[in-house]
Design a binder for this molecule. Sequence first.
Ligand code: ADP
Length: 644
Amino acid sequence: MTSANFSITLNTEKSDIMRKKEFKSSSKKLLDMMINSIYTNREIFLRELLSNASDALDKLNYVSLSDGSLDINRDSLEINIIRDEKNRVLTISDNGIGMNEEELEHNLGTIAESDSLNFKEANKDQKSAEIIGQFGVGFYSAFMVAKKIEVLSRKYNEENAYLWSSEGPDGYTITKAEKDSIGTEVRVYLRDDTEEDNYSHYLEEHTIRNLVVKYSDYLRYPIMMEIENSKLKEGSKDEYETVLEKTVLNSMTPLWKKDKKDISEDEYDNFYRDKFMDYEKPLRVIHSSVEGTVSYKSLLFIPGHAPFDYYYKDYKKGLELYSNGVLIMDKCEELLPDYYSFVKGVVDSSDLSLNISREMLQNDRHLLTIAKTIETKIHNELVDMLKNNFEDYKKFFEAFGSQIKYGVYNMYGADKDKLKDLLIFYSSKKKDFISLEDYVNNLDEKQENIYYASGETVDKIDMLPQVEQVKAKNYDILYLTDYLDEFAISILGDFNGKKFANVSDSDLDLDTEEEKQEIKKINDDNKDMLSYLKDALNGDVVDVRFTNKLTNHPVCLTSEGEVSMQMQKVINAMPTDEQVKAKMVLEINEKHPITETLKELYNTDKDKLKDYAKVLYSTSRLIEGLTVDNPTEISNIICNLISK
Ligand code: ADP
């Protein structure tokens, strides 16, 4: 018998008086929450307990591999479900690794303490078993249906058994007990039925059978239960009797080894959710069986949202790698390129040698072949989604588009050709996302370029003066709002022969020859004044010129060369020392009344013209979403001008 203080730190001193221990204080709240809200679906408690039992069998199997003195026969490892309808107790027992007193205390006395996760971490680099548990909360889900839970357990290599018992958030007791064989027995004392809630059906044969098939069919150990069968009476020809027969409930065939046509969508979904800990079903399932120089089966999933740790440095990509149904590696990185790091799944190939070490795996020819075909499959699936289910694709792109764009840009665009058809951007005409292929296919006959404009939001871009002129020609414009967009586009350069053109580029060429000549003449005629304006801006711009691009707006900023204003913003905001400066050009609408005013001032009041130059430049910065470097000065100038 053990005793403990009712405190946060557990007192491990032993005494003869049995006292009830509290769950660690934070655990209590968690347990309440758990019972009431984490799972909306009570029935999953069975899945959780079965997964724990399977983990326990895996652990024992694993330990026996490294400890020859243990006489464990893998074939004897099994899980049993026992229904006791009279006492309303459902028991899940396993002959797995078991828990001793400390482990019962540690694993079941602290919620969100997952020993399975620790085990997995500790055995990371080895052929660790397929451990399902990770969150350390699964066990407690049984309180959704139980008024009391008992766990009788005896650890391998130990003589003593212990009984852990709890009636919910108030606490638990651990007492010494008897158990003939090693393993664990979890006894779930079902709650009483009420008018709204029926708990009894968890004792029914067919309910349990259905739940096992639904959630735990692919567990790799037999889940046994006594099933009522009708049998011919011995010695009789026509008289039947009902007998209880131990029957295996699960098929144990891993889902990926089953025939596609025998698998329902639900089965795929449940498998995915269970194995990859997602609360949402995947967007796409790619199940394939490949026979050839390298044969393998793979079951891949494209998630509908990014896992919580996806954008953290520690996120590890990879697929589970099995050889003949035995897990070799938890996350085989070589099977996925970085830009598809969001894909989850398993690959099983009998062509891989079980003895291969990690190092050898990296150069394994077979593995590279598999990786290549897998990449093609993922790509094709994504293209299919883009073409046939654009709503899903948008969801996908919202979650993982950055990864694709980064893939395009990364390594100087080495992979851009493999990924460019997966890019989508917001289109000014469609007012929705569009693929580059669709954009190019819908080009206006006269249109030479793929036009784009960047900014913080679609609304802000839509108001840019530079956008006006392109829209006036009835051309579609891609609105780039993600900071990676312009980098991806600049590395692409063109798509199917059509060049990308930034509407804010000073070289943007939309004019007819005639218009070009006309504006050139106006600029030439006012050369001196324009150069005076440029000097007034003290090197902030590389040029000031008149333009015929702007319809209503008086001024805009454009940029010359590689670095656009948007890129300047992005690069300078990065936590590196690198700072860049876009070469900006101040363009003035030649048809706007301001032009006459400027010309006049050049002849009458040059000081005032200087002030005008500063105000025009500052407003054009504001339009671009840039800040004004000298706000006080500009504010004073404006106040002076309006108070006259
Ligand atoms: P998880 O399975 O997510 O780790 P649980 O709350 O379900 O969390 O279980 C907590 C821990 O209790 C497990 O990590 C495991 O160490 C231990 N445990 C649970 N069930 C068993 C079992 N049947 N046999 C041995 N250990 C178990």
